[in-house]
Design a protein around this ligand. Structure first.
Ligand code: NAG
Ligand code: NAG
Ligand code: NAG
Ligand code: NAG
Length: 276
């Protein structure tokens, strides 16, 4: 679901789509042109200029959110994150990776209960519902600039990245993010870890899975456009987490990624799926 987009997959993602197929549930955002659209003219492709952050949460909290019938592949994330705090679990936005959906002990899927989608895009809402995910129609500030490097006060906050999500009837944002770019290299996560979690097939009701493939190797994500490490704070209100929570000093990256999305696949077809 894309969304990966963040809420955070999506709330946290913004995208520009070249092929507007009904399944696109993304918003448009500033991005250089899609570099893979002509290569895959019959697939859904697009770009997502976004922030991706890893939020360590208590393992017990992850366990309470991920449906009880699915195991969590702790050995898989521990092998990718040596030194990750014991009893912590790496969520990203409001997506929960390393879920043993097939019960085989090794295939990693990401569970998504909610997805923030732009309230003006009916395709976004129906595309999300097709997976059993609860769409949260939202408006964003800055509008259509998820993860933009904005600068409300140029004297003070140069380079800060703000992004807030609002739902109707609530004057306060339901998600607030504020990041600062950090000098590279920095942070506890390798780029490979971001590649890994963002490429795990996504599911909610498990009647079908979303295989959204992110390409980290195009001109959008390399050279002058290489990922920028960011660090900051995220606040997510209930019910998008069981209780309203603020996470400080969260590390992530800001990067523009091309993607190709294979929608509504039988989840079993993705057994052993690895992003190469
Ligand atoms: C593009 O879509 C076709 C048909 O759904 C699928 O078989 C193919 O694997 C997709 N391409 C990629 C690179 O995933
Ligand atoms: C992604 O968005 C930022 C503004 O938020 C912009 O500066 C950057 O050029 C964009 N990346 C690409 C590859 O277009
Ligand atoms: C992520 O890493 C785990 C552990 O190495 C691996 O089993 C899984 O296939 C990887 N996922 C992707 C999408 O590459
Ligand atoms: C770029 O990444 C995609 C997806 O991971 C992969 O299929 C492709 O082979 C890569 N291309 C190059 C030139 O490495």
């Amino acid at each position: 679901m894309g969304l990966p987009c963040f809420l955070l997959a999506l709330a946290f993602c913004a995208v520009s789509i070249v092929d507007s197929k009904p399944f696109n549930r993304y918003r448009r955002d500033d991005s250089a042109p899609n570099p893979i659209g002509s290569q895959y003219p019959n697939n859904v492709t697009g770009t997502l200029n976004q922030t991706i952050s890893i939020v360590p949460i208590p393992f017990a909290l992850a366990r309470s959110i991920i449906p009880a019938q699915y195991g969590i592949l702790t050995a898989a994330y521990k092998s990718l994150l040596p030194g990750f705090p014991a009893n912590s679990y790496p969520s990203f936005h409001i997506s929960y990776p390393f879920v043993d959906l097939l019960g085989d002990g090794y295939s990693s899927f990401q569970y998504q209960e909610y997805l923030f989608v732009t309230s003006t895009n009916p395709y976004a809402i129906s595309g999300t519902e097709a997976y059993g995910t609860i769409p949260v129609p939202a408006t964003f500030n800055p509008p259509d600039k998820a993860y933009a490097f904005t600068c409300p006060d140029p004297r003070k906050n140069k380079g800060d990245i703000f992004f807030d999500a609002y739902v109707p009837g609530n004057s306060q944002p339901v998600v607030t993010t504020k990041f600062k770019p950090m000098p590279a290299p920095a942070g506890p996560y390798s780029l490979n870890f971001f590649v890994n979690v963002t490429n795990q097939p996504a599911f909610t009701d498990a009647l079908a899975c979303d295989n959204q493939i992110f390409y980290y190797n195009t001109t959008l994500s390399q050279g002058a456009n290489a990922p920028v490490t960011i660090k900051g704070d995220i606040k997510v209100t209930a019910p998008y987490l069981p209780t309203t929570s603020t996470f400080k000093n969260v590390w992530g990256i800001k990067v523009d990624l091309a993607f190709l999305e294979n929608n509504l696949l039988p989840c079993g077809d993705l057994k052993g799926y690895q992003h190469v």
